[in-house]
Design a protein around this ligand. Structure first.
Ligand code: AMP
Length: 423
C-alpha cells in the first residue's frame, strides 16, 4: 500500500492543526464582533448547486470539480467553495425572509482538481463569511473590513498586504460591457490564446485573468467597466470606497480584477500577500452576488462574502514572523518511581485533569530521569513524584520546576496544592 496522502492533499500534523485551530478561533471571536454566526453545510452537494451557482463556463466547473455518482446514481460534487452551499442552505431553511439579514461564517475543507504547487492544493481549507439580505454599500465595507482585520489579527502587517478593489457592475451595465469586451477580443483574436478565444461567447471577461503574457498585453488596452458603470453601480462603488477610507483600510483600485466566478456583481475584492508566496499570492477574496439566490429559484436577495485560504495565510504569516500560540502541553507531570505505584499515579493525573489542569504521566515504564526530561519537554511547571514510600504514607512529593523547591503533600490535597502553585 502507498502510505502517501493523495496528490494535492496534505495531512495536518499537530503544528499545522494547531495553526488551523488558532485561525478558526480567531475568526470565531472576530466575526462574532461583527455579528456573524457559524454555519456548517455538507462537504458535498448536488452537482447542479455548483454548476449553476458558480457557472458552467468557469474553470472550477468545467475542469476542477470532484464529481461522482453515488450508489443511487445521483451526481454529487465535493464542494469547491462555500458560497453556493451557504446560499443553497439559506434558501432551503428560509434564513433570509424578506427584509431580514443573515450573517454567517464557515470554516472547512474545499476540493478542486488543480495542478498542485506551493499554496495550491486539491484539498485546501478555507474560512469564509457571507452577508445575505443587504444591498447597502456599508455591508460591503463591513465584509471587507472583517477580512482585512482578520489578517492583521493573525499577524500579517498591513504593509505586507494589498487589497485590490473593483466593481463588476450589474444586470444593467455589465451585459453591454461584456459585449464591448467580446468585440475587443474578437478584434484581437489572433494575438490571444485559444482559451481566451474559446471563452469569447461564454465568459469573455475571464480574458483579464489569463496568465498568458500575450493575452495580458492585449487586455491591458481593453475597455474598462469602470468607465461604463451605470449610475447606481458607480454610486455604490464610490460609497464602498468612502467607507473603507473612513476605516483607514488601504485599497488599490484594480479595474481588471474580475475574479473567476460567474456570480459576482458590483463589488469584488482580493487580498494579496507577496512575501512567502509565489504566484499563488491571493490569500483571500470575494465579492457581491446579488443575483445568486434568484438563480437558485429564490426571491431576489442581495448578498456578498469572502473566503480566505488557510494554507496561503499560514505562508504569509510565516513570512511576517507571526507565530501561532502553543500552550504548554502539560501544566503538571506526574512521575512514578516504579511500577508498583502506577495506579496511584494514574489516579493523581486523572484527578488533576478532572480539576481542569493539564496533566501528563508515564505509560512506558521510563526511568525517573527520562520522566523529568519529558516533563521539561512538555513545559510542565510542576512535577508530582510518587514512590512506594510516599504512596504508603498517602503522600506525594511536589516539585516546583522553576524554583526547584520540593515538599511533601498529602495525596488528598495534591489538586489544591497544584492549583495554588499554578496560580
Ligand atoms: P476563491 O474561492 O477562488 O476566491 O479562493 C479564495 C481563497 O482560497 C484564495 O484567496 C486562496 O487563499 C484560497 N484558495 C483557492 N484555491 C486554492 C487552492 N487550490 N489551494 C489553496 N488555497 C486556495
Amino acid at each position: 500500500m502507498d502510505v502517501r496522502a493523495p496528490k494535492g492533499t496534505a495531512d495536518m500534523l499537530p503544528d499545522t492543526a494547531r495553526a488551523w485551530e488558532h485561525l478558526t478561533r480567531t475568526a470565531q471571536e472576530l466575526f462574532a464582533r461583527y455579528g456573524y454566526e457559524p454555519v456548517y453545510t455538507p462537504l458535498f452537494e448536488h452537482t447542479e448547486v455548483f454548476a449553476r451557482g458558480i457557472g458552467e463556463a468557469t474553470d472550477i466547473v468545467s475542469k476542477e470539480m470532484y464529481t461522482f455518482a453515488d450508489r443511487a446514481g445521483r451526481s454529487l460534487t465535493l464542494r469547491p467553495e462555500g458560497t453556493a452551499s451557504v446560499v443553497r442552505a439559506a434558501l432551503e431553511h428560509t434564513l433570509v425572509p424578506q427584509g431580514s439579514l443573515a450573517k454567517l461564517y464557515y470554516a472547512g475543507p474545499m476540493f478542486r482538481y488543480e495542478r498542485p504547487q506551493k499554496g495550491r492544493m486539491r484539498q485546501f481549507w478555507q474560512i469564509g463569511l457571507e452577508a445575505l439580505g443587504a444591498a447597502e454599500p456599508g455591508v460591503d465595507a463591513e465584509v471587507i473590513a472583517a477580512l482585512w482585520r482578520f489578517f492583521e489579527t493573525v499577524g500579517i502587517p498591513a504593509d505586507n498586504m494589498r487589497l485590490l478593489l473593483n466593481s463588476m457592475g450589474d444586470d444593467v451595465c455589465r451585459p453591454g460591457y461584456r459585449a464591448t469586451v467580446a468585440a475587443y477580443i474578437g478584434e484581437h483574436a489572433e494575438a490571444l490564446c485559444a482559451e481566451c478565444n474559446r471563452r469569447l461567447d461564454t465568459n469573455p471577461l475571464r480574458a483579464f485573468d489569463c496568465k498568458n503574457p500575450a493575452c495580458a498585453q492585449v487586455m491591458a488596452g481593453a475597455p474598462l467597466l469602470r468607465d461604463e458603470l451605470c449610475e447606481p453601480c458607480a454610486t455604490h462603488y464610490a460609497e464602498v470606497k468612502a467607507r473603507l477610507d473612513a476605516l483607514g483600510i488601504p485599497y488599490v483600485e484594480e479595474p481588471k480584477l474580475v475574479r473567476g466566478l460567474d456570480y459576482y456583481t458590483r463589488t469584488v475584492f482580493e487580498v494579496q500577500a507577496d512575501a512567502g508566496l509565489g504566484s499563488q499570492n491571493a490569500i483571500g477574496g470575494g465579492g457581491r452576488y446579488d443575483g445568486l439566490m434568484e438563480m437558485f429559484g429564490g426571491k431576489p436577495t442581495p448578498g456578498l462574502g469572502f473566503a480566505l485560504g488557510f494554507e496561503r495565510t499560514l505562508l504569509a504569516m510565516e513570512a511576517a514572523g507571526a507565530t501561532v500560540p502553543s500552550p504548554p502541553r502539560a501544566d503538571v507531570y506526574v512521575a512514578r518511581v516504579d511500577e508498583s505505584v502506577a495506579a496511584v499515579v494514574f489516579d493523581v493525573a486523572s484527578a488533576l485533569r478532572d480539576a481542569g489542569i493539564a496533566a501528563e504521566l508515564d505509560h512506558q515504564a521510563r526511568s525517573l530521569k527520562a520522566q523529568f526530561k519529558q516533563a521539561d519537554r512538555l513545559g510542565a511547571r510542576a512535577v508530582v513524584v510518587v514512590g512506594p514510600d510516599e504512596a504508603a504514607a498517602g503522600e506525594a512529593t511536589l516539585r516546583d520546576m522553576s524554583t526547584k523547591e520540593e515538599r511533601r503533600v498529602a495525596l488528598a490535597t495534591v489538586v489544591d496544592a497544584l492549583r495554588a502553585l499554578l496560580g
